[in-house]
Write a protein that binds this ligand. Structure first.
Ligand SMILES: Nc1ncnc2c1ncn2[C@@H]1O[C@H](COP(=O)(O)OP(=O)(O)OP(=O)(O)O)[C@@H](O)[C@H]1O
Ligand SMILES: [Mg+2]
Length: 332
């Protein structure tokens, strides 16, 4: 959803007298609408009352407590195991056996399970020219133009965000710049040394039944299985998901596969159309850090304003270029 729709939904939910159950990765949004949080993490469901920030604090305390209990028990277990090993055959063997029994029946405390954390790194290939992209009176659309002709330049190393409501034409503008769609007029020219790495908005795969391992091996035949597996793990995809058909993966997991694939392409211009859509908060942060570290150019679209904070040099408001008349009652 775009920013206006989110505002509308916040208002709607806050005025709604019934109960509502909402699933979202958008923490700002959750903070504004919730009074109870159900945290689902690896087979456990925990309910927290109070606002979102308080619930997150409680969750953290709970995890820290469990970590301590877990560590304490691990020390106990190790001690018992040492004793058993040493005394199993000797004069204290009865004692060792009884300890062994006790150990087998012990209620084992699990460590607090945490998300396997992702870290991204988009390899950079040097570029020589000052003007990275020059867009001149570019007109985009399908049957008729969607936007007023667009003119802008992006200099070397500049990072730009595109904003605007759903359907305004952000993806169309990007695809036209990339020449995946024909321009209705005007031009878009990358510098001759520009090497582009593109993340498309849709989660579409040529063959849904292929696994992430197969998809990547197919696209980059020179890579070893080990390299692919390591890369997927680094991007937060665990070993089981790496060998499942891609259509069985969640939106966030599929996004991680797409991001992992981008990491095999050295480039100096990242173009990312809504990469944050399915990602959880931690993964979004990891992605933001990687984009921030990337020394080349970036064009990015995200409906979460906070993602742009401290990341982009400027934002192009595509809404202002829109030729579409919005209906008066069109609040969504
Ligand atoms: N292949 C197509 N043929 C005809 N119209 C299309 C096509 N693809 C998109 N459109 C229309 O063009 C308009 C712009 O779509 P686009 O995907 O560029 O919007 P967007 O700004 O990226 O939206 P979102 O925030 O939802 O991703 C929409 O009204 C859409 O319905
Ligand atoms: Mg789009």
């Amino acid at each position: 959803m775009d920013v206006n729709q989110i505002e509308w939904l916040v208002d709607y939910l806050n005025n709604f007298s019934g109960a509502a159950m909402v699933v979202s990765h958008d923490y700002d949004f959750l903070d504004r609408i919730t009074n109870c949080i159900i945290n689902v993490a690896f087979g456990k469901i925990t309910k927290y009352r109070g606002n979102f920030k308080k619930a997150m604090r409680q969750r953290k305390e709970r995890e820290e407590f469990q970590q301590k209990q877990y560590e304490k028990q691990q020390v106990e277990i190790e001690k018992a195991e040492r004793f058993i090993r040493k005394n199993k055959a000797g004069s204290k063997s009865t004692m060792a056996k009884s300890r062994e029994k006790k150990l087998a029946h012990m209620d084992k405390i699990d460590p607090p399970s945490t998300n396997i954390s992702a870290s991204f790194n988009f390899p950079y290939e040097d570029t020589g020219s000052h003007e990275a992209l020059t867009v001149d009176k570019l007109s985009v659309g399908y049957n008729k133009p969607l936007l007023a002709p667009v003119t802008f330049t992006i200099s070397m190393g500049e990072k730009v965000g595109f904003s605007g409501f759903n359907g305004v034409g952000k993806s169309t503008l990007i695809k036209t710049i990339l020449k995946k769609l024909p321009a209705k007029g005007g031009t878009a020219k990358f510098s001759p040394s520009a090497i582009i790495n593109y993340f498309s908005q849709d989660l579409a795969w040529d063959n849904n039944r292929m696994t992430p391992m197969q998809i990547i091996a197919d696209k980059y035949p020179k890579l070893t299985q080990r390299t692919i597996r390591t890369k997927l793990a680094k991007c937060g995809l665990d070993a089981q998901n790496a060998i499942k058909p891609i259509h069985e993966l969640s939106g966030g997991e599929q996004t991680k596969v797409k991001l992992a694939m981008m990491e095999f392409v050295p480039s100096n211009f990242l173009i990312m159309d809504e990469p944050t859509n399915h990602l959880d908060e931690e993964t979004k942060e990891a992605l933001k850090r990687a984009i921030d570290r990337f020394p080349g150019n970036v064009i990015i679209v995200s409906h979460e304003n906070s993602f742009y904070d401290g990341l982009v040099d400027k934002v192009l408001n595509v809404e202002k270029l829109s030729l579409r008349e919005r209906a008066k009652n069109e609040t969504l």
